[in-house]
Design a protein around this ligand. Sequence first.
Ligand code: NAD
Length: 541
Amino acid sequence: MGKGFFQVPIAVNETVKSYAPGSTEREAVTNQYTSYYNGSVDVPMYIGNQEIRTGNTKNMAPPHDHQHVVGQYHIGDKTHVKDAIKTALNSRKSWSQMPWEQRAAIFLKAAELVAGPYRAKINAATMIAQSKTIHQAEIDAACEYIDFLRFNVEFMTQIYDEQPDSAEGIWNRIEYRPLEGFVYAITPFNFTAIAGNLPASAAMMGNVVVWKPSDHQIFSAKVLMDIFKEAGLPDGVINMIYGDPVMITDTVLSSSDFAGIHFTGSTFVFKEIWKKIGENIHNYKTYPKIVGETGGKDFIIAHPSANAKQVATGITRGAFEFQGQKCSAASRVYLPKSLAEETLNYVKEDIASFKMGSPEDMSNFITAVIHEGSFDKLAKYIDAARVDSDAEIIAGGGYDKTKGYFVEPTVILTSNPSYSTMCTELFGPVVTVYVYNDEKWFETLELVDTTSEYALTGAVFSTDRHAITEATKALENCAGNFYINDKPTGAVVGQQPFGGARASGTNDKAGSAQNLLRWVSPRLIKETFVSPEDYRYPFLS
Ligand code: NAD
């Protein structure tokens, strides 16, 4: 056990590299991209020290070139899920007993591996698997992931440091025990950092994990697994499996040792999982922790006092970077009549300047959406907007899936504040704008608050402090992350802990101590130094 009160290195945010032409990082990631692109990787499941290859495989192809196979992954069945649970539980004893500074060292080492030798790999894999531009890959797979690892180690020590007072003659202490059982991590396609963080944050607190990544992120998930292994994470602490998500989840949730779920993904899926946990509640040895960060319908509202160019940039970056496939992406915008034309002209100019294509060509700002299902869904909403009388497409609107799943950045203007694309999460490069009369500022705030079931992110643009105050108050419950004069995307670990309420999740704030607290079950230990030897209190005499 520890023989010192160790201080961990002070966490600082990783600097985002520029990838400017001629830079060494650009050359490294380009070479890695080419090597992955022309290679063929065979991705097994990882259960304990075993690499499981079932022979039942699925191909992996980049969304921007869907006929080009870059490898395959092996799909498991129920027996593999059960093996993963058993292996995790077998590893629990030694892992949960490992001194915290040793656990910390593993994840700090993982951060340094990502920052150094694995940076080009994790970025190139994310460019290929999820069609991210190099900048989007760098801020996600490299920087955000490094930040999660470093800051969470610091938050872990802050939690351990939180101890009760002790009255005279006694000593109270709290041990932050890992959960009794295993944690199930289900991760989405859109952030490699989230994919790594959901299993890692639970494991860092001493838990063992069964991890099911998204089918559309496995190419970069494999690199995450390589990093865990090289960092020295003992076999069996994080076990990665693939297959039918419903089968895997049903099998996991039927285990009496299921102790918690760390989920990020869509709202419907999370609600279904919560329901199943409820149905199984009598089978569990402990009440499972349920943490889920889910969908969003994130807004920008501009006050008449706002600067049109700033609002336009907020829309352009907030709605279209990574093809709008961020849970925080701006997808509904409220502009005052006095500012609408100027703002939308700037947005149209920006869109006209975008280049769309493969992330390999680093001059492209927009690449493909993740898969055919997403492409078809977006095309359907765009087609509807073309014919609906209360909607008009004022920019973009084109789509083509011949080579990759390309959807043009699209702006829909609607006269109906409840138009379908003002309420439904589309998760693509489509933003809908509603223009309000300047004098209807307060009514519009009310509209923003009541239009969608979600409450993830939102932004107000204004130069008037009264208006900012009014928006901050009126929109208190409709965004877990609220931005003033900034786009609603781009939360940085350690600076803007992330999460939303209502249908957007349990708001346990990824990248904060609050999240880590969900993965422990504190034990209070009271020690009395001189124990009483007579039951009689003085008042009895
Ligand atoms: P998704 O819900 O389709 O998939 C997420 C994960 O759940 C994947 O691993 C998937 O295989 C699994 N899954 C799918 N159906 C399942 C089922 N019936 N039972 C069990 N597991 C199932 O989401 P996605 O397309 O990967 O990601 C996009 C969604 O994630 C969006 O809704 C987005 O808003 C949300 N998201 C939220 C946050 C946040 O912090 N709030 C962050 C990123 C993404």
